[in-house]
Design a protein around this ligand. Structure first.
Ligand SMILES: Cc1cc2nc3c(=O)[nH]c(=O)nc-3n(C[C@H](O)[C@H](O)[C@H](O)COP(=O)(O)OP(=O)(O)OC[C@H]3O[C@@H](n4cnc5c(N)ncnc54)[C@H](O)[C@@H]3O)c2cc1C
Length: 382
């Protein structure tokens, strides 16, 4: 069974590293990069140039999986063909698509042209390089940073940038630059409870971050952003760097006359993560619209992509042995948000549908522990 796994992110890498050499199963994992990126630590790369990559090939040593670096142009499900950007056409018996998501700019005027994103390593490098330039005493432009979107990524980014800001100011004697966090909703971090949100807000304010909730981002230019508030109408905020973390949508590289899409372009899959109209094709992670036990969409998170990937690996081996496939039963272990340095907030799922809220150093350790678990699960313990 000739099998291609497209994408070596949280979903695809989990699937590939779950595999064992199995008679009849011939698997190739394809990614545009020779390394896996820990997206969950990209904000650290943006602020401090931390290494957040893991070479892929060594992780496949005992799996029987081959690895190919190639950039996918598009997948044609009706023709059963994968087209790479360098002109190759690859065929398959079974296809697993785990190409993730891209930034959604929601057609806000000027945003895509003028804002950085935080989705890839190159985005982190762009932000890091701006801060490096702005840290020079002879820097002439505006040093202020405006981050749009106060979800998990935006909050983790501004707090880590605030840490860097403190260090730069101490090293150089320069005044700190301003950091703005702009959010259209009346609250930050909708994924956590009010108590943790309040704690997070206190920490953001202690850092000196200007949190502008109920501020809708209306447009971006070379020199900053335009925002609108229900009370005060429109105004501009000047900044040298605008970063948009306010939304994602599915990668748009899969074509097929019978594909069903849900919100944000995610591809509707059944309980075994299969495209209903294409029984040879499975989709994982941010690109897939799987549903939980209550019929709600599975969140676009690394932990769920990893769960799906591990199930997929198991199911590929079952498929080739002619066994029934296991259904995906999503569960959320908790959610931890890093708040710069050794600070974090979050919650952990306890038995009996109870939640344990945590903050400070303990939450930081939990956040790190989830990354260590991920590394261990793909065969690279610390
Ligand atoms: C900054 C940031 C912080 C986050 N923090 C958290 C967190 O703390 N906790 C959490 O649970 N989730 C977090 N997430 C979300 C999480 O990272 C995603 O939900 C997860 O990565 C989705 O996994 P995936 O396998 O679908 O896609 P990805 O992990 O994005 O993998 C997609 C893979 O496909 C490859 N690819 C894409 N396009 C092509 C192409 N055309 N050709 C070849 N290869 C291609 C990419 O190189 C990548 O390896 C964060 C995301 C970001 C961006």
């Amino acid at each position: 069974m000739k099998t291609l796994i497209l994408g070596a992110g949280y979903g695809g890498l989990a699937a590939a590293t779950k595999l064992k050499p199995t008679p009849g199963l011939d698997v190739t994992l394809i990614d545009q990069n020779p390394y896996h990126v820990y997206d969950t630590r990209l904000h650290e790369a943006a602020a401090h140039n931390t290494n957040v990559t893991l070479p892929i090939e060594p992780l496949l040593a005992n799996t029987g999986v081959k690895f190919q670096v190639a950039s996918i142009d598009h997948v044609d499900l009706d023709a059963k063909a994968v087209h790479t950007k360098d002109g190759q056409q690859l065929s398959y018996d079974t296809l697993v698509i785990a190409l993730g998501s891209i930034t959604n700019f929601y057609k806000i005027p000027g945003l895509q042209e003028h804002a950085s994103e935080l989705k890839e390593l190159s985005d982190a490098a762009e932000i890091y390089n701006f801060v490096q330039r702005a840290a020079k005493p002879d820097f002439k432009g505006n040093r202020d940073i405006i981050v749009g979107g106060a979800g998990l990524t935006g909050v983790e980014l501004v707090t880590e940038l605030a840490k860097r800001n403190e260090a730069i100011s101490k090293e150089t004697g320069l005044p700190k630059f301003n950091i703005y966090l702009v959010e259209a909703a009346p609250v930050i971090l909708p994924i956590v409870e009010e108590a943790l949100r309040a704690k997070t807000l206190d920490i953001l304010r202690d850092y000196g971050i200007q949190v502008l909730t109920s501020h809708k981002l209306l447009g971006a230019t070379e020199t900053g952003v335009k925002v609108g508030t229900p009370e005060d109408g429109e105004r501009t905020i000047d900044g040298g760097k605008v970063i948009w973390t306010g939304g994602i949508m599915a990668v748009d590289r899969v074509r097929g006359s019978k594909i069903e899409k849900g919100p944000a372009g995610r591809l509707l899959v059944d309980k075994t993560l299969r495209l209903p109209a294409y029984p040879d094709v499975f989709v994982l992670g941010d690109l897939a619209l799987a549903t939980n036990q209550d019929g709600k969409p599975v969140p676009t998170t690394a932990q769920h992509a990893g769960q799906e990937g591990r199930l997929m690996g198991e199911n590929l081996m079952r498929l080739v042995r002619g066994e029934n496939l296991m259904p995906y039963e999503p569960y959320t272990q908790g959610e931890f948000i890093s708040l710069g340095g050794l600070l974090a907030v979050g919650w952990m799922q306890l038995p009996g549908n109870m939640k344990l809220n945590m903050s400070g150093g303990a939450a930081h350790i939990m956040k790190r522990a989830s990354e260590w678990r991920w590394r261990a699960s793909v065969g690279k313990p610390l």
